[in-house]
Write a protein that binds this ligand. Structure first.
Ligand code: HEC
Length: 229
């Protein structure tokens, strides 16, 4: 209730005040609100209070340590689990969306766009629920380098002044080449300055993302991705 009231208050502020508040929220120092979009839609989150965060730490410390362990935790009881959450009034997909856009979490949004919001280093995931099974989704998050579509190949490029950069080719046109790295950061080069380009076998998407998630957060992200149709 408290959070809902402050959510309404926030929505009534002008844009620059909203930005300032949201900025402090994203640093973990602000009003316990969650944002999705400043001017349209502001998302509500249960604040990670002291109790909540030690509970989270516990859950995080006991997370699975291997791909098989994760699959076991994420696959078999998935539907029961999601139903249980829904029955308890928790919208798993909405929680997953918050995990996806969490500034201090796995940072999915830094590279992926969903319905127009997010970065452009990785593929747009707006309809990923249509084309990928749960198991495939789990694999693409746990082992991103296992299958990389050709347009997402990571390249190492050397420039005339001896700089070596690596990343995914986000854009190449009109003499400009833009590379996106593992932090979702974009670097612009003059195409003419590139001396060599070597394809790498690994994905730009880090393979340690699950290290930043609890089982519940991972499940919620899956519920969110599965809902995108
Ligand atoms: C540093 C950038 C980056 C981050 C962070 C990142 N991804 Fe990715 N992701 C990529 C790239 C690049 C690809 C395409 C290459 C590949 O398949 O590995 C990809 C592929 C995927 C795919 C497969 C999509 C397809 O159509 O094949 C899924 C699903 C996915 N990411 C989900 C996530 C989720 C969920 C997170 C957060 C937990 C996340 N990604 C974080 C860059 C990123």
């Amino acid at each position: 209730m408290e959070a809902i009231r402050s959510l309404r208050q926030l929505a009534q502020r002008d844009e620059s005040t909203q930005s300032a508040i949201l900025e402090s929220v994203s640093r973990g120092t602000g009003n316990p609100l969650w944002w999705e979009d400043v001017d349209q839609h502001i998302y509500l989150a249960i604040p990670p209070g002291p109790q909540e965060s030690s509970r989270r730490r516990e859950a995080w410390e006991s997370r699975p340590q291997s791909t098989d362990g994760w699959k076991k935790a994420l696959l078999p009881q998935e539907s029961d689990y999601d139903k249980l959450r829904t029955r308890n009034g928790i919208d798993a997909a909405a929680s997953g969306r918050r995990v996806f856009y969490h500034p201090n979490g796995a940072g999915c949004f830094k590279c992926h766009t969903i319905n127009g919001r997010g970065g452009n280093v990785g593929p747009d995931l707006s309809t990923i629920g249509r084309s990928m099974s749960r198991e495939k989704l789990i694999e693409s998050i746990l082992e991103p380098s296992r299958e990389v579509a050709p347009q997402f190949t990571t390249w190492t490029m050397e420039t005339t002044d001896g700089k070596v950069l690596s990343g995914m080719l986000v854009h190449e046109n009109e003499g400009k080449t833009i590379l996106g790295d593992a932090e979702g950061k974009l670097t612009e080069l003059k195409t003419i300055d590139i001396v060599t380009r070597t394809p790498q076998r690994t994905s730009v998407m880090p393979d340690k993302l699950a290290d930043r998630l609890t089982v519940q957060e991972f499940r919620d992200v899956l519920a969110f991705l599965e809902s995108l149709k």
